[in-house]
Ligand binder design. Sequence first.
Ligand SMILES: [Zn+2]
Length: 212
Amino acid sequence: MTKLQQVVSINFPTHWANFHLLAFEAIHTNRQTKTQRLETVLALTLGDIHSSPPLVRIHSQCTTGDVFHSLRCDCHDQLHLALSAIANDGAGILLYEQQEGRGIGLKEKLRAYALQDQGFDTIEANLRLGHPVDSRDYAIPVEVLRSLRIRSLRLMTNNPEKVRAVLSSGIEVVERLSADVPHNPHSAHYLATKRDKLGHLSGFVPGVIPIS
Ligand SMILES: [Zn+2]
């Protein structure tokens, strides 16, 4: 990635709390395809994020879930869970980054959905379209955390890759908070695939996950 630049700083009142919104830009290089594009990452910050490890979520953009509340995935509920938890804590950071569809983009994600309608799971669908199972990396969100001078945090995620990305930058993860949300009949198979084939964690008990 190129050098991170902060491009916007505004007050951002929401349903949950009066956040402060910072926007950052950097050129992101897809690690598989080597294609480059300008990425914008939003950081919604609330309260004092420095005197104790703040609650942080790195949320990957999901237009279908975040905007339309699609029941094919759990993104909408996870986004709202995180914003609500940060508001309850009175402090924290929600990072919203643009790697839609585990990094393949909106159109390709919808094509993968079409294959899933024919019976393929989310991983098989990606592979049939010639995409990696998960092409995301978290270099830009982690760099945002560093630019916000975060040295330790509590991470809300079920994705071990996000924990590893934060740790590898030298930021301490003092706790891993579950991002579990209630399943529905439409998302159950997708979530089971993420758990069984991608190693995503599940379970409502917050705790620190072992890091290998
Ligand atoms: Zn989603």
